[in-house]
Design a protein around this ligand. Structure first.
Ligand SMILES: N[C@@H](CCC(=O)N[C@@H](CS)C(=O)NCC(=O)O)C(=O)O
Length: 224
């Protein structure tokens, strides 16, 4: 039995997407460390003190992309992780690139926008972080020119990671000069198993609700 701690639209979306795609049975525990009590609760579950966090029998995994890789490798039956060594290296290259060069500047901007105490926030840090993010969107934009997926002709873990990370960039208005990245996000989120997008998930959180796992749940609700 799988248990995933975390809540959309945080980085928990990455493993949720894999769980949806693979049709895995999983218990979801909504937990979001937004105050001292919930931070303590997260620490009690995961010594690293972060969610998302996966419990898979005796195996526990922290770090959203590591959780995705574990899900695909342990439960994917060969889906989403290429067997070819060169393709696997390319997938891992994109996975690390996405979290270190695209996500980290977005996170840095977010820390100075809303997370740090007001007196510690620095507007110039936000501008620099966005500049760093846009610099590394350029090679991704070029790579996606004519490529449906990041590696080969089938989706890998890197594509789900990229779609979430680029949706984050889009929600921060950083994709205006990256039409290929934007089209990629739209394509990936059109998949039936796609999770909630960041803007939609935030709207749920603002309303004090937990977003559904599937984007199509939202579409169904919208049409009711
Ligand atoms: N690199 C981690 C980052 C996860 C992360 O920062 N999670 C936040 C929630 S969105 C958290 O648990 N924060 C707890 C804290 O900072 O105390 C991942 O990708 O899983």
């Amino acid at each position: 039995m799988l248990t995933l701690y975390g809540v959309p639209p945080t980085r928990a979306v990455r493993p949720i997407w894999l769980i949806n795609e693979l049709g895995l049975d999983c218990e979801f525990v909504s937990i979001f460390p937004f105050d001292e009590d919930s931070t303590r609760a997260v620490k009690a579950i995961n010594p690293v003190g972060l969610v998302p966090y996966l419990v898979d029998g005796d195996i526990t995994v922290s770090e959203s992309v590591a959780i995705m890789l574990h899900l695909a490798e342990a439960h994917g039956g060969g889906r989403f992780v290429p067997s070819d060594a060169a393709d696997r290296a390319a997938m891992n290259q994109w996975n690390f690139f996405l979290v270190t060069e695209i996500e980290q500047p977005l996170w840095r901007a977010g820390l100075h926008q809303v997370i740090y105490p007001e007196k510690e926030r620095n507007q110039s840090e936000i501008a620099l972080a966005y500049r760093d993010c846009r610099r590394f969107l350029e090679p991704l934009e070029a790579h996606l020119d004519g490529h449906e997926f990041l590696v080969g002709d089938k989706p890998t873990v890197a594509d789900f990671n990229a779609a979430y990370t680029l949706d984050w960039a889009d929600s921060e208005d950083q994709l205006d000069a990256s039409p290929n990245c934007r089209a990629f996000v739209e394509r990936m989120y059109a998949r039936p198993a796609a999770p909630v997008r960041i803007a939609e998930g935030l709207a749920y959180l603002d309303a004090g609700q937990t977003a559904p796992r599937y984007r199509r749940d939202i579409e169904r609700t919208d049409h009711q």
